[in-house]
Design a binder for this molecule. Structure first.
Ligand code: ADP
Ligand code: MG
Length: 428
């Protein structure tokens, strides 16, 4: 009944001690011992005390408390704890509302979304509907997420809340992924890519990553490699080096796109330039440019490799992968039950997005077989969804009452995604 847990269930690294129920490392009753590895971690005071008293494992000597935050640098902060359902970690799900455009307001659109307390999202049907207690009782009108961002939330805040911890996890040698999804025009690309003045999650994550890896690499030697690809009509294309479609192959590390460019990057500016170049290579049909961009999925993958010294001053190699995904517009594909999904399958809609829905449903229902093989997107994301990784979903929604149905669908889907558990540790 015991399991090992790397101390980093990312988000919980910075979690306050009262998050104990969700985080085994924070919960002194469940921690029964420690073993060796190099890591910094925030732990609750009681756990810290227990850790420093733990002398049966010789190399577990804490190097000392850094400041007063219970940040320990220890031989190995792999807590051995009593296993229960919390050995899995939940996907984190966020919602972001985009501002209403002047044009929309001038056209008489009304805002039908209210965000309260940075968490709750209410859908309103009428202009002066603000009886939240009543809305809470109506199905499909109230949702709560790990955080919900109103239309005035800055790019930096969205990054810090949703992705900064993932970047930290990647630097610890883990995998992490962030998905943006929602209907076309809801703000996915703005959130992921942003603009020159207001760069989005992709750019802010890379900036953060470069800063941190430079500070930590013990010999100043690190590599940041990135690839940028698109899935459009079940065809995989290399956005950094356009050419023939890529073939997916399975190898020891999982599914790979054969021949995909791995670009070694040295600075954030260089990455911004690469992203811009990549976006120009995204599939566009001259006659239906809008339609097309809304049907392609873009995946940026960043692999960081660097050396760090562990507690016994041994040099160890750390490799982590961050995947940032700008999904195709979810309109018509956000079915939450199998029957609707099946009826949609014949229709000409985005197969990858449907397959993603099916995988999420299967994961939520705890099925043994997850149908990753049904599409290119799900094959590529197999290790980023439901596997041993940290996953973040950002659902983007539009404010206008004309989008009420789409918005409700997106929120419903996001609500369901909250149920997905990823394996945060290996069971013993
Ligand atoms: P999507 O990728 O979901 O189709 P976009 O990201 O292209 O949607 O957003 C549609 C439009 O709304 C773009 O012009 C974008 O700049 C703008 N927009 C989206 N979100 C925001 C926001 N949070 N703040 C300001 N403008 C936004
Ligand atoms: Mg877009």
């Amino acid at each position: 009944p015991y399991a090992m847990l790397n101390s980093t269930v990312t988000r919980n690294l910075q979690a306050p001690a009262n998050d104990a129920k969700e985080n085994p490392v924070m919960d002194p009753d469940r921690v029964i011992g420690f073993s060796l590895c190099a890591r910094k971690a925030n732990v609750s005071t009681t756990v810290a005390r227990k850790l420093s008293m733990e002398s049966s494992v010789p190399q577990t000597e804490p190097r000392g408390f850094l400041g007063n935050e219970n940040v320990l640098e220890v031989g190995k902060l792999e807590a051995v704890y009593q296993k229960n359902e919390a050995s899995e970690s939940r996907i984190l799900v966020f919602v972001r509302l985009r501002p209403m455009f002047r044009k929309e307001r001038e056209a008489g659109l009304r805002c039908c979304v209210k965000i309260v307390n940075r968490k709750d999202v209410y859908l309103t049907e009428f202009a002066n509907e603000n009886d939240y207690l009543r809305l809470k009782r109506i199905r499909g009108r109230h949702f709560a997420f790990d955080a919900s961002f109103s239309d005035s939330t800055s790019q930096q805040e969205v990054y810090s809340t949703t992705t900064a911890d993932l970047v930290e996890a990647v630097l610890q040698g883990r995998n992490g992924s962030v998905f943006c999804y929602g209907a076309t025009g809801a703000g996915k690309t703005y959130t992921m890519l942003g603009t020159t003045e207001n760069p989005g999650v992709m750019v802010l994550a890379i900036k953060d990553l470069f800063t941190k890896v430079r500070q930590r690499s013990c010999d100043g030697n690190h590599t940041v490699r990135l690839s940028y690809l698109e899935v459009y009509n079940e065809t995989v294309r290399d956005l950094l080096s356009p050419g023939r479609p890529l073939v997916l192959r399975e190898d020891k590390q999982g599914i790979i796109a054969a021949g995909l460019t791995q670009y070694r990057a040295y600075s954030t500016d260089e990455v911004i330039a690469l992203l811009q170049k990549g976006n120009q290579n995204r599939t566009t049909e001259p006659t239906r440019a809008n339609e097309t961009s809304s049907r392609s999925h873009a995946i940026l993958q960043v692999v960081v490799e660097y050396r760090v010294k562990d507690a016994s001053m041994n040099v160890v190699n750390r490799v982590g992968k961050l995947s940032l995904i700008d999904l195709a517009g979810s309109e018509r594909a956000l079915a939450t039950d199998q029957r609707t999904l099946r009826s949609l399958e014949g229709a000409n809609i985005n197969r990858s997005l449907l397959a993603l829905s099916s995988c999420i449903n299967a994961l939520v229902e705890g099925k043994k077989h997850i149908p990753y093989r049904n599409s290119k997107l799900t094959q590529l994301l197999k290790d980023s969804l439901g596997g041993v990784c940290n996953t973040v979903m950002i659902a983007n929604i539009s404010p206008g009452n004309l989008s009420f149905g789409e918005t409700q669908n997106t929120l419903h889907w996001a609500d369901r995604a909250k149920e997905i558990r990823t394996k945060a540790c290996e069971a013993n």
